[in-house]
Design a protein around this ligand. Structure first.
Ligand code: C2O
Length: 532
């Protein structure tokens, strides 16, 4: 294994999109930021220097951080933020991991502009479990606000009103042609007869996205850096934080084909933002004319569900799927968005989000440090409820449930096995939630619409070849069942990866205790760990 060193300088940079220019927070002046390349088992060392007037942290989304929780990155969970002028060295090893992941800022809404790809190649000499592609391309989806993103969320927090939706989307930092603006789009150049591995990343803030290339099917081979049984599809579906590797076969003689993303709108919230486009261009194409076809929302829900139903882990002799068959902790998380009274807010109420009626409040010091030094008193408690206090008809329409604020963790012994039924609710309106776990992958053993049935539904669980992910979409007014092993000591954030829902409190943390062996314990913090 090698050491891969990167320098991340956090700097402001002026960017023009959708006819307007604003300064944005970037890494090394780039949007999207630099790609981190490594191989399985490599050690990655990133020297971060903060040259902007915002506190910042970086999260390596999907990197398991085995016994390196100090480098995980979520602000106030595993570390205090790096303050203006400060530095921090992220140091972690990609043990047993290969595939496509992403890194992003993990404080407030900075990840809107501070994100980039992580490409982990297999160990030298180890082939992909699918035909070798001619070449590989990275495709990163983003979401763009014309106004300052930090102002968007802080205004919302103060007023209690939902934040403004984004003004548009980007593909590799570009919006595509927008009427009235001098803007261009990303162009993917291909040659007839060749195969391309697309490493696709949804780095949007609040939108689950469909992706489609006119006239081409894509073969999905990997999601969230785990291999899948290959399957062909016209449309990909990715929640924020999710990645998909797909093979594109360039099987047209020539031509230009439109590539589009479009948000999955499953709510009553109006959408009027511009969707991004890019172009697939064959070599030797003389014409500028463009073939384009429609993308959902027509049948959006069934396409989104169908896509996740098709995902199965590869489960081959080289890449076996080892789902825990016994469960030590059987949890039920009712998640959703609600309303609480708020005296200082414009309507006297504010939107909140919760898990089991606890709306998570960020502490002002880092929880992992507090835990490690036995100073959690006054910072957090370990009484996070494993089930809702009062069961109700989760998807049966409006319920007016009062939610409490709290900073609570759910405590797990080292190597405990955990099952979580994540039940979407329709307290205000049903919504889909791409839910993300730090520190471990999980297996997606089941999902369904409506209320989870504790008698019938477990009989249908897939314990043979369920897909392994770090982020899963809990369907609108439905549920998803996951299992994982708590084999990584630390404090691990679990949250909806729609940043607006995270801000409203749809988050909690698992505290995984040390094991008995020395290689089952969290080592002491690095000496440069920032203080709050
Ligand atoms: Cu990609 Cu806690 O997030």
């Amino acid at each position: 294994a090698n050491i891969r060193r990167y320098k991340f300088n956090v700097v402001m940079k002026n960017m023009t999109k959708l006819c307007s220019t604003k300064p944005i927070v970037t890494i090394n002046g780039k949007f999207p930021g630099p790609t981190l390349y490594a191989r399985e088992d490599d050690n990655v060392i990133v020297n971060l220097t903060n040259n902007v007037n915002y506190n910042i942290t970086i999260h390596w989304h999907g990197v398991k951080q085995l016994r390196t929780g100090w480098s995980d990155g979520p602000a106030y969970i595993t570390q205090c933020p790096v303050q203006p002028g400060g530095t921090f060295v992220y140091n972690f090893t990609l043990t047993g991991q290969r595939g496509t992941l992403l890194w992003h800022a993990h404080i407030s809404w900075l990840r809107a502009t501070v994100h980039g790809a992580i490409v982990i190649l297999p160990k030298r000499g180890v082939p992909y479990p699918f035909p070798r592609p001619h070449t590989e391309k990275i495709i990163v989806f983003g979401e763009w606000w014309n106004s300052d993103v930090e102002a968007v969320i802080s205004q919302s927090t103060q007023s209690g009103l939902p934040p403004n939706i984004s003004d548009g989307h980007t593909i590799n930092g570009l919006t595509g042609q927008v009427p009235g603006c001098k803007s261009r789009g990303y162009t993917l150049h291909v040659e007839t007869g060749k195969k391309y591995l697309l490493r696709i990343i949804n780095a949007a803030v609040n939108d689950e996205l469909f992706f489609k290339i006119t006239g081409h099917n894509l073969t999905v081979v990997e999601v969230d850096a785990t291999y899948t049984k290959p399957f062909d599809t016209e449309t990909l579906f990715l929640g924020p934080g999710q990645t998909t590797n797909a093979i594109l076969t360039a099987n047209h003689p020539q031509g230009n084909f439109l590539m589009t993303i479009s948000p999955f709108m499953d709510t009553v919230v109006p959408v009027n933002n511009v969707t991004a486009t890019a172009i697939l261009r064959y070599k030797y194409t003389r014409t500028q004319s463009l073939k384009s076809s429609k993308i959902p929302p027509v049948n959006a829900t069934s396409i989104a569900l169908g896509f996740s139903d098709s995902l199965r882990s590869l489960n081959s002799p080289d890449y076996p799927t080892n789902v825990p068959l016994k469960v030590d902790h059987s949890l039920f998380f009712a998640i959703g968005v609600g309303v609480n009274p708020c005296a200082t807010c414009i309507n006297g109420t504010k939107t909140i989000a919760d898990i089991n009626n606890v709306s998570f409040v960020m502490p002002t010091v880092a929880m992992l440090q507090a835990h490690y030094f036995n100073k959690s008193e006054g910072v957090f408690t370990d009484d996070f409820p494993g089930r809702p206090s009062t069961p109700f008809n989760y998807t049966g329409g409006l319920s007016n449930l009062q939610t409490k604020n709290g900073t609570k963790v759910y405590r797990l012994q080292f190597n405990a096995t955990v099952q979580v039924i994540i039940q979407g609710t329709s307290v205000i309106a049903p919504e889909s939630h791409p839910t993300h776990l730090h520190g471990s992958n999980f297996f997606v053993i089941g999902k369904g619409l409506g209320n989870f049935d504790p008698i019938k539904d477990p009989k249908k669980f897939n314990l043979v070849d369920p897909v392994e992910r770090n982020t899963v979409s809990v369907p609108t007014a439905g549920w998803t069942a996951i299992r994982f092993i708590a084999d990584n000591p630390g404090v691990w954030f679990f949250h909806c990866h729609l940043e607006v829902h995270t801000s409203w409190g749809l988050k909690m943390a698992f505290l995984v205790e040390d094991g008995n062996d020395s290689n089952e314990k969290l080592p002491p913090p690095p000496s440069d760990l920032p203080i709050c």
